[in-house]
Design a protein around this ligand. Structure first.
Ligand code: SF4
Length: 334
C-alpha cells in the first residue's frame, strides 16, 4: 500500500518510492500541484519558491506560478557569490525574483573553517576529528565506528578511504553550505514565507531519507519546507521543460550539468567529473583564481590521490604537489 505524500508522519518504503518514480509525467504534475496547493493554502499564500536557476527549480517555479495559478509567489535566489554570471542573468530575467546574499564569502569559510571536500557528511566527520580536543567519544565514533554504547555504527564512521584526510595538512569542514546557502535562506524565509524547494529524492541518500520520512510537505520541520517534485526523476524534468518549451539556464548548453557554485569541491574527485576542465575553457580567469588564490587544486589533488589509491583508478589530474600552493599555507592546521 502506498503511504500518503505530504503528510507530516508519512513514512514511505522503498516500494512506495519505486511506484512513484514509475508514475507518468501527467500523474506527477497532478500530484505535485496537489502538494503545492496544500502548502499555499496552509500558509495563507505567504510562501516562496527557492529558485537557483537550475533545471529542477525552473520546473518548480513554472508549476507554482503557471500550472497551479499562483503568479505572485515570489522567487528567492540565494546568490552564494560563486554563481556563474550566465546563470545570474537567467535568474534575473524572471519577474519578482529577490536576490539574497550570505554575510560571509567562500574565502572566509575556507580560512576560518576549512574546505568542503568529497561530500557534506565526510566533510563534517573529518572536521569533527580535526577539531577534537583529546580522545572524545565523537572522535572515536568517526574513526572506529564505535558508539558510546559499544555498538558499531557504519554510518557514523568516516569511510576508510577518507580517514587520511584527518592528517592531510589542510582543514576540512561542512560549514560552506550552512554559511553561503542555508543561513541566507533561513533569513529569507522570515521575509517571504516557507519555501518550495526543488530537491529530488534520487539526488542523494540524504534527500531520499528525508523524503521517505517527511513526504513532500514537511510542515513540522523546524524550518518547514515543501519539496513537491521530490519524486520526479531527471528524465521527467527534461521532458517537462521540452514539453512546456520552458527557457532554461544557458549553462546546460555550455556542457554543464548543474548550475550551482562555480567551484564546489564536493563530488569533484569522481573520475567522470569534468567541472574544472570545463571551467578552464569557459571561464579561464575564474579557473586561475581557484588555482592561484584559493588553493583548490592542491586540495583536490590530495582527495583524488586517496580516491585513486583506494579504487586503483587513474587519477584525473597530476599527483599532489609536494610544495603546496602558498595560498594554502594560511589555512593549514598548526
Ligand atoms: S555547493 Fe559547495 S561551494 Fe556551494 S555553498 Fe555548498 S559546499 Fe560551498
Amino acid at each position: 500500500m502506498m503511504g500518503a505524500i505530504g503528510q507530516s508522519r508519512a513514512v514511505l518504503s522503498n516500494e512506495d518510492l519505486k511506484i512513484r518514480y514509475a508514475w507518468s509525467l501527467d500523474r506527477k504534475i497532478e500530484e505535485s500541484c496537489a502538494r503545492i496547493i496544500d502548502w499555499h493554502s496552509r500558509f495563507g499564500g505567504r510562501v516562496s519558491v527557492s529558485f537557483s536557476g537550475g533545471l529542477d527549480s525552473t520546473v518548480l517555479l513554472d508549476l507554482v506560478r503557471n500550472k497551479c495559478g499562483y503568479p505572485d509567489v515570489p522567487a528567492v535566489f540565494s546568490n552564494t557569490g560563486l554563481e556563474f554570471p550566465e546563470n545570474g542573468h537567467f535568474v534575473r530575467s524572471f519577474p519578482n525574483v529577490h536576490e539574497i546574499r550570505p554575510k560571509k564569502g567562500f574565502r572566509h569559510v575556507i580560512e576560518t573553517f576549512g574546505y568542503p571536500v568529497v561530500s557534506k557528511r565526510v566533510s563534517q566527520y573529518v572536521g569533527e576529528v580535526q577539531r577534537a580536543k583529546g580522545e572524545t567519544a565523537t572522535k572515536r565514533l568517526r574513526l572506529t565506528g564505535m558508539t558510546s554504547r559499544g555498538t558499531k555504527s557504519r554510518l557514523g564512521e568516516i569511510p576508510d578511504v577518507w580517514k587520511p584526510l584527518v592528517d592531510c595538512g589542510f582543514r576540512v569542514s561542512d560549514k560552506c553550505c550552512d554559511i553561503l546557502k542555508k543561513e541566507p535562506l533561513a533569513r529569507a524565509m522570515k521575509t517571504f514565507g516557507p519555501p518550495f524547494v526543488g530537491t529530488r529524492a534520487e539526488e542523494s541518500m540524504q534527500r531520499e531519507l528525508s523524503y521517505k520520512h517527511h513526504g513532500c510537505n514537511a510542515y513540522h520541520m523546524k524550518s518547514p519546507r515543501s519539496t513537491p517534485i521530490a519524486f520526479w526523476t531527471g528524465r521527467d524534468i527534461r521532458e517537462y521543460i521540452q514539453r512546456e518549451s520552458l527557457p532554461y539556464s544557458p549553462l546546460y548548453d555550455m556542457g554543464y550539468d548543474r548550475s550551482g557554485c562555480m567551484w564546489c569541491l564536493l563530488g569533484a574527485h569522481h573520475s567522470d567529473d569534468n567541472r574544472f576542465e570545463l571551467l578552464a575553457k569557459t571561464h579561464p580567469r575564474v579557473y586561475a583564481f581557484c588555482r592561484d588564490r584559493l588553493g583548490l587544486f592542491d586540495v583536490l589533488a590530495v582527495v583524488e590521490r586517496l580516491w585513486g589509491e583506494r579504487y586503483r583508478r587513474k587519477a584525473k589530474t597530476t599527483e599532489p604537489t609536494v610544495s603546496p600552493n602558498p595560498a594554502l599555507v594560511g589555512f593549514r592546521i598548526s
